[in-house]
Structure formats: structure tokens, C-alpha cells
Write a protein that binds this ligand. Structure first.
Ligand SMILES: Nc1nc2c(ncn2[C@@H]2O[C@H](COP(=O)(O)OP(=O)(O)O)[C@@H](O)[C@H]2O)c(=O)[nH]1
Ligand SMILES: [Mg+2]
Length: 453
């Protein structure tokens, strides 16, 4: 395999840039472009050692920096690897990379270092995908879950299900081939029970996909209420921006304003919607329709009511609209004299959170309440979760084949047919874990990576 090189750090100005070289010739290429000030030879450097020196291309001195050597198989890729840290200029890093190319390295493709780690048996496909998730993580919870995934959490769960299926497939095959030599009668009920256990485990894995997506992208959260209750003020308070326009004119917010915020470790995708009211204004009417659509997509609804005015028919219409959703009832304008009948809200929602959206301290109260009702604060995906569509499709197919095998057993079909369905399920699990997977699938996974990773 060719020795590859790429800039591993972002292509922007920064303190340090790292140029990564991996492959059989990595140490020789490092020797060609790097001279330790100590006068030592780079080729004599042991793995996990670093030295300070000059970086050059032919006779031209380009920069000074640090060289770190890894010896196969003890590196990220499993190959000999050199990492050159130079000053973090866009041109400086590019120029050092060119020096590596001139010394014989080939440009790395997107994700090629991680792909090599996979091909060299350093990590499984799901672990490689977790590397991309760690890089994409924008909040604490997702980072920790992706980290567990990188340590093999999903891989272990999938392997356990695959091992159970494999022992069943082996047993079935033995029953087909050597029925006379088997000690026990084949017990269809017992095997169907085992298969049902696998279906349940796969169902729980498939469900983890939605939870993972929510952790990754944030909880969809719609702020709704009639005009002028303080929705946009609340939005601005939670996001710490002035994104939403606040006025005392009813119907100011017409389109949906969206913003992602992380509050108390929980990421929220907030949508500030048009106020709900009967209106003849065409634009405002469209805004209300959009609000109703957003409401459908929201996992959590922040329903805002104005404490300083009696509850109106529009408030009651909203209550009807959000029936059955996870609602946080927010009674705003607690700084003004209270004219709303709060007991009606209590009766409807149980808990009512009294706030003044003009008071910054209420952000934390709302964040905690959202974390509580969304269950996300307590969500623990560290035992593995389905992180992307590729994995989900494999898990769904494996689940369906396993359920079909149960059906086949229960309806008295031949063991051959049951065995084939179990094998199909097994193939899908091996595809999920990356043990049997086509080059096309592997290529499509790594295409999502950045160059240098
Ligand atoms: N006194 C008081 N006024 C508020 C409070 N929250 C919002 N307002 C005011 O209520 C009016 C409507 O606010 P806005 O956020 O635009 O309401 P929206 O139509 O629901 O988005 C503005 O004049 C705000 O300054 C609050 O907690 N107390
Ligand atoms: Mg508004």
C-alpha cells in the first residue's frame, strides 16, 4: 500500500498544524523532510518518541517543528506513522505537505487513515463511524456516547446478537445434516424463544437510533402560545441572542425562527413560532399553519401563557392542539399583577412554571424542566446505539429476518427455511459490524470523513 500524507488539522490559521504521514515509507519520508537539531537520525527513532528539528524541502528550510514517530502496529492506522507539527499557517502547512509529496508520499483520500485502521484490524466499522461522530459532537452527552461507541459499545451489542444467532444456525444445520446423531429432540418453542429475545434486543437497538439522533442534533422544541405572551422574548433569553423580533404589536413573529442552544448539557433545537389566533391576515395565517406543522415535529412543546391577562379562547384552542404532546406549561410575565386563572392551567398541565422572560435567571429553570420531561437528561447511550442510517437499515433487516424465522418455526416450516432466514439475519448483523461488508459500503462510510482523518 502507498504511503499517504495529509494535513490533519483544519485548513485555517492556528497555533499548530499537523501533517500526518502513514505507510511503509513514512519514516523514510520523515527522514527526507525533517532534520532533528540533535543530529540524530530519524530512522533510528523508536515508536512514541518525538524530537524538535527543521523541516525542509530539498535545500530549502521551510519551518521548524516537532516530529513524532509511531511504529507499526502501534499507531492509529496500524502502519508506521510520522506526525510533523509545524507553525499553523495555511501556506506553511500546505508547503510541508508538498515536501512530503516530493519525498514520495501520495495524497490521502477522505478518511483514508481511519480506513487503513479498519483494514489493518485496529478498529471495527462501527468504531470507525464513531470517530466521525466524535468529530461531529456538539454537546457533552453526545461526545461521551460517541466515545463509548468508539470503545466498541455498539460492536459488542451487535456481536452478542450475532453470536446467539450463529449458535442457533449451527444447531439447525446439525439437525438438518445429522438428525439421528442429535441427543435431544429439536425444540421449536425453545428456539423460537431465543429468536424472540434477539428480536427484542434488535428492537431496542433500532429505538436507540432516534434517541441518538436527538442527542446529536438536539431536542426539537417548539415555543407556542397566543400573540404577545412573550414567546420571542423567551426565545431570545434562551438563545442569548436577539434573533427573534420582540414588540408589543400582536402578530410580529410570522415565520418560524430556529436556533440551536445547549442548556445544562442538553441541546435544544428551539423554534419560535407565530402566535396562535384567528386571523384574516394571509401572511400571519401561513405563519400559524407553519406553527401547527412545527408542533407536529416537536418532541417538547413550550406552551407560553400570559399571567397578566385572563386566559382566552385562543389559549384554549392551543391547549386542544397540544393535547398528547410533552408540554412544559410556562406562565409568563410573573412580574405583572396576575389576572389569569392559573388553576385552569394547573388542572390541564399539572405543573406550571411561573417566570418572567425578562429575567435571565429563568433560563436554567426552563432548561432543567425540559431535560426532565424529555427524558434526555437521563438517557444513557453509553451501552451502544445505532448512530446512522446505514447501521439502522442493517439492524431493521436483521430484525425482520429474525422475526420471519420465528414465524417460520411457529408455522411448522422446514428447518432449512428457518436456517436460511437466520443466516440472512446473521449476514445483516455482520454487515452492520463491518465483518462482511462490500468495498462500496466501506467507501461510502469514509467518503463522509475529512481528509487527514
Ligand atoms: N412585563 C413583562 N413583559 C414581557 C415579558 N415577556 C415579554 N414581555 C413583553 O411582551 C411583549 C410581547 O413580547 P414578545 O416576546 O414579542 O411576544 P410574542 O408575540 O409571544 O413573541 C413585548 O413588549 C415584551 O417586551 C415579561 O416577562 N414581563
Ligand atoms: Mg413573537
Amino acid at each position: 500500500m502507498q504511503t499517504i500524507a495529509a494535513i490533519a488539522t483544519p485548513h485555517a490559521e492556528g497555533g499548530i498544524a499537523v501533517i500526518r504521514v502513514s505507510g511503509e515509507n513514512a519514516v523514510n519520508i520523515a527522514e527526507a523532510v525533517f532534520s532533528p537539531v540533535s543530529g540524530r537520525s530519524v530512522t533510528d527513532m523508536k515508536g512514541y518518541t518525538a524530537c524538535y528539528g527543521e523541516i525542509h524541502d530539498g535545500g530549502i528550510r521551510l519551518d521548524d517543528g516537532v516530529l513524532l514517530i509511531y511504529r507499526a502496529p502501534h499507531s492509529y492506522t496500524g502502519e508506521d506513522t510520522a506526525e510533523i507539527s509545524c507553525h499553523g499557517g495555511v501556506y506553511a502547512a500546505q508547503r510541508v505537505l508538498t515536501a512530503c509529496f516530493n519525498a514520495g508520499a501520495a495524497p490521502a483520500q477522505a478518511g483514508e487513515f481511519t480506513k487503513r485502521a479498519l483494514l489493518n484490524g485496529k478498529i471495527s466499522l462501527t468504531q470507525a463511524e464513531a470517530v466521525a461522530d466524535i468529530i461531529a459532537a456538539q454537546n457533552e452527552q453526545y461526545l461521551l456516547c460517541a466515545g463509548a461507541q468508539r470503545e466498541g459499545a455498539l460492536y459488542r451489542r451487535v456481536r452478542a446478537a450475532a453470536d446467539s444467532l450463529l449458535s442457533l444456525v449451527t444447531l439447525i444445520q446439525a439437525w438438518i445434516d445429522y438428525p439421528d446423531e442429535m441427543e435431544d429432540e429439536f425444540d421449536g418453542n425453545l428456539e423460537a424463544n431465543k429468536l424472540n429475545g434477539i428480536v427484542a434486543e434488535l428492537d431496542s437497538l433500532i429505538a436507540s437510533h432516534g434517541e441518538g439522533q436527538m442527542l446529536r442534533n438536539g431536542i426539537p422544541c417548539a415555543i407556542v402560545g397566543r400573540p404577545n405572551v412573550g414567546k420571542s422574548t423567551l426565545m431570545n433569553l434562551l438563545t442569548g441572542t436577539e434573533r427573534s423580533i420582540v414588540t408589543d404589536i400582536e402578530g410580529t413573529t410570522r415565520d418560524i425562527v430556529e436556533e440551536t442552544v445547549t442548556l445544562g448539557g442538553v441541546m435544544l433545537r428551539l423554534a419560535d413560532c407565530a402566535g396562535i389566533r384567528e386571523t384574516d391576515d394571509t401572511v400571519e395565517h401561513i405563519g400559524v399553519e407553519r406553527m401547527i406543522k412545527k408542533l407536529g415535529e416537536a418532541t417538547v412543546v413550550l406552551a407560553v401563557f400570559d399571567l397578566s391577562r385572563p386566559l382566552s379562547e385562543d389559549d384554549r384552542r392551543l391547549m386542544e392542539l397540544i393535547t398528547g404532546k410533552r408540554v412544559l406549561c410556562i406562565a409568563n410575565k410573573s412580574d405583572l399583577p396576575e389576572l389569569a386563572d392559573v388553576s385552569e392551567l394547573v388542572q390541564r398541565f399539572g405543573k406550571v412554571i411561573r417566570i418572567s422572560a425578562k429575567d435571565e435567571n429563568c433560563a436554567r429553570v426552563i432548561a432543567d424542566a425540559i431535560a426532565e420531561i424529555s427524558d434526555l437528561g437521563s438517557l444513557d447511550l453509553s451501552s451502544g446505539f445505532i448512530a446512522n442510517e446505514r447501521q439502522r437499515l442493517c439492524a431493521v433487516a436483521a430484525r425482520d429476518f429474525t422475526a420471519e424465522a420465528v414465524e417460520a418455526l411457529n408455522s411448522g416450516m422446514t428447518l432449512d427455511a428457518v436456517g436460511i432466514m437466520c443466516e440472512n439475519a446473521l449476514d445483516k448483523l455482520y454487515e452492520l459490524s463491518g465483518e462482511h461488508v462490500s468495498d462500496t459500503v466501506v467507501d461510502s462510510v469514509f467518503r463522509r470523513f475529512c481528509v487527514g482523518k
